[in-house]
Write a protein that binds this ligand. Structure first.
Ligand SMILES: NC(=O)c1ccc[n+]([C@@H]2O[C@H](COP(=O)([O-])OP(=O)(O)OC[C@H]3O[C@@H](n4cnc5c(N)ncnc54)[C@H](O)[C@@H]3O)[C@@H](O)[C@H]2O)c1
Length: 323
């Protein structure tokens, strides 16, 4: 446990997971929630933290060092800005803003004030995604040609943000992390079947300057619960499947080649199918530990700049979705 004095803002479905971890990792000093009922329930569970419905009240506490925001997405930018202006380090759930210009403003503010701004891109702290990154960076898969993500389920049906911003944010953060470049071409297509203006099903395409391409299927109207990312390399292929309990990563030794004797014909080769051991540490615990470390040990701003790239790509996809 660090001694970082931290406040949790928003105690909804996801906020309760954050607060459970913050209670172990830092010194949970404030709980802020708009609903009286939820606030009271949490006050009983965490008697050492002060509770309030007023965000301003906790920001006025000079002892408070950091805030963790898990309120609805459209509130993120304004609440994060207010916290940075009050001199607090900020962890803000994904996505921190819904427009690149707003995210740029947050990044500039955090740099100017020397405060941590960390977006909650949970998957980047997942041991399975870390393994995938290691496989890509070491060249083990060969040149990466194609990446595609499946993030489908029946529900949770959101009303504030569409499937791109709610679900696609996870895949975009991982794909940019793996690719180490921003796409030169993007398009998205989808439809709002349930709530006007809020797309429930979205398909995205991205082409990168290096030539690799990526695709996403995002939906909360689907019979399959899928949380999968497939990376097709020239030499090997790897799959991260977060629905698997044990085989989070599978490496397929499958590749195409043109043997001399085939006179230019492509042939496919197959070898072993391997599943390396992946640590079962809770990604949220790892993510929040990282935040605490940044607060205590200083930071370079990398997490915020990576978060800006994610918002930039989501905004471009969104513009193509409605055009
Ligand atoms: N990283 C992940 O895997 C993951 C998963 C689910 C949700 N999330 C993110 O977490 C955030 C919250 O999602 P959720 O599903 O918990 O939503 P939710 O609606 O269940 O919870 C939001 C809570 O915030 C409270 N709230 C709203 N405005 C407030 C304010 N100004 N001050 C104090 N409290 C306020 C609401 O009363 C509600 O209890 C979203 O940004 C979402 O994208 C992240």
């Amino acid at each position: 446990m660090t001694d970082v004095r931290v406040a949790q803002v928003g105690l909804g479905k996801w906020g309760q997971n954050l607060v459970r971890n913050l209670d172990v990792l830092g010194r949970l000093t404030w709980l802020c929630e708009a609903s009286d009922e939820r606030r009271e329930a949490f006050a009983q569970r965490f008697p050492n933290a002060r509770t309030t419905a007023s965000y301003e009240e906790l920001l006025a506490d000079p002892e408070l060092e950091a805030v963790v925001l898990a309120t609805p997405v459209p509130t993120h930018h304004a609440l994060a800005k207010q916290a940075l202006e009050a001199g607090k380090h900020v962890f803000v759930e994904k996505p921190p803003a819904m427009r690149a210009a707003e995210m740029e403003e947050l990044v500039a503010l955090s740099e100017e004030r020397g405060l941590v701004l960390m977006p909650g891109h949970l998957l980047l702290y997942h041991p399975g995604v870390r393994k995938l990154k290691e496989l890509v960076d070491s060249g083990d898969l060969g040149d990466v040609l194609c990446i595609y993500g499946n993030r489908q389920n029946l529900g949770t049906i959101r009303k504030d943000e569409n499937a791109l911003w709610s679900l696609g944010v996870h895949d975009v953060s991982v794909i940019l992390h793996l690719a180490d470049e921003e796409p030169s071409e993007v398009w998205a297509r989808g439809n709002a079947f349930l709530t006007p203006g809020v797309e429930d099903v979205v398909f995205c395409f991205m082409r990168f300057p290096s030539g690799k391409i990526a695709h996403l299927h995002l939906s909360w109207l689907d019979p399959h619960k899928m949380r999968k990312l497939t990376v097709v390399g020239r030499d090997k292929m790897a799959v991260f499947d977060d629905m698997e309990m044990e085989r989070k990563i599978t490496i397929y030794e499958k590749w195409p080649e043109q043997p001399m004797q085939s006179f230019g014909e492509w042939q496919t080769r197959t070898g072993d199918i391997l599943s390396p051991k992946i640590a079962s540490d809770e990604p949220l615990r790892l993510e929040l530990s990282h935040f605490m470390r940044l607060v205590r040990q200083g930071w370079t701003g990398q997490e915020a700049r990576d978060g800006l790239a994610v918002v930039r790509v989501l905004e471009r996809l969104q513009n193509s979705l409605v055009s």
